[in-house]
Design a protein around this ligand. Structure first.
Ligand code: FAD
Length: 319
């Protein structure tokens, strides 16, 4: 079922969902299941599976020569989506990127999704590759997420890249999610500019928005208000990440380009052990979630990053 239909059917009740990251190549899926199992008590109607960008590795070729090869350390997004969908009977949402994929490869992936009964997609541009300063459009690929949204939307109406194919299946269109940034995307010159670009994604066919993680709800409230003011009327789903280690104080702002509130930083700094930090993160997220529920949100979406014990505790407090 489409995410937007799950939201409609919930009749104003906030739903629970979460995002997982495929394991590193060579690691089995069992650990992933161990972390998903406990979260099924909240009846998530959907689970997102991220896609990683390709990266360069250097291989020794003897006589001092190195060969640069492209690899993907966490492949298998679609396979994991299908496995989870079958095991838990929930919808899964693969993240699809512009970076690293030609338009044709994207089309084939979407066709696979149709065969697998996956009709929700989160469409993203992707970041720059490791070691590169700026995002480079891949040869034959898309430059912006809005272009990818248009391709996915077109395919759902029977317009393939090089052919027009009349579809006989009803309901073969995709429900498309896109990313939103309550603290602005790092490359955007202003918040207003970024919101206009977000609107472009909705005009291209996006059905809902999932936000980057944030730790200060006011930023989310302002973001929603500004989005509504410029006519963005699709559901906006907040993304929540509980802080879990002291290292997150540096890592989260660096990787996700977000700020952390002063009082959260000072609470984390007071902690003696990592389990104390986890407790602070849980407490903070519980308060955030309760306030978001009062505000009225369609879904609380958690970034699990592979560990679910803290999300389980948060979910039990707020659902
Ligand atoms: P876009 O919407 O294309 O925006 C990128 C920048 O270009 C912005 O600054 C925007 O203002 C600007 N822009 C957009 N359209 C235009 C235009 N038409 N003209 C001029 N400027 C424009 N990354 C992964 O690699 N894998 C994942 O699975 C993944 N999942 C994510 C899930 C969520 C919910 C979020 C919030 C992010 C995720 N990311 C993921 C990270 C994402 O790929 C990066 O944040 C990336 O830098 C931007 O992606 P985007 O889709 O928002 O890009």
């Amino acid at each position: 079922m489409k995410i937007t239909d799950h939201i409609k059917n919930a009749n104003g009740k906030t739903l629970f969902s979460f995002e997982i990251v495929p394991p590193q190549k060579g690691v089995g899926i069992a650990d992933l299941y161990k972390n998903i199992d406990p979260l099924m008590e909240f009846n998530p109607p959907f689970i997102d599976v991220t896609t990683s960008r390709e990266e360069y590795i250097f291989l020794e070729r003897g006589n001092g020569l190195m060969e640069r090869k492209i690899t993907r350390m966490r492949p298998g997004t679609l396979g994991i989506c299908s496995a989870i969908q079958n095991k838990y009977n929930v919808d899964t949402v693969p993240h699809v990127l512009c970076g690293g994929f030609t338009k044709e490869e994207t089309e084939y992936l979407l066709v696979d999704c149709m065969y697998l009964g996956i009709n929700n997609i989160v469409a993203l541009r992707g970041d720059a590759m490791k070691g590169e300063k700026y995002f480079e459009q891949s040869k034959g690929g898309h430059k912006y997420a809005s272009d990818l949204v248009k391709q996915i939307h077109d395919l759902g109406t029977g317009k393939y890249l090089h052919e027009e194919i009349v579809q006989c299946e009803e309901n073969s269109s995709f429900c498309i999610g896109v990313a939103g940034y309550p603290e602005k995307h790092i490359e955007a010159p202003s918040m207003n500019y970024d919101l206009q670009m977000l609107k472009k994604k909705v005009e291209a066919g996006a059905d809902y928005i999932v936000t980057q993680m944030f730790f200060d709800n006011q930023k989310f409230f302002d973001f929603v208000k500004q989005a509504r003011e410029i006519g963005i009327d699709v559901p906006i789903i907040p993304g929540i990440k509980p802080i879990a280690t002291k290292g997150h104080l540096q890592m989260l702002p660096q990787v996700f380009k977000i700020d952390l509130p002063e009082n959260l930083i000072s609470e984390v700094l007071k902690c003696k052990t990592n389990s104390d930090v986890r407790e602070v993160g849980i407490e903070w997220a519980i308060n955030q979630c309760k306030e978001l529920l009062d505000f009225g949100i369609p879904v609380l979406h958690f970034y699990s990053m592979g560990k679910s014990d803290n999300i389980l505790k948060i979910g039990r407090e707020v659902f």
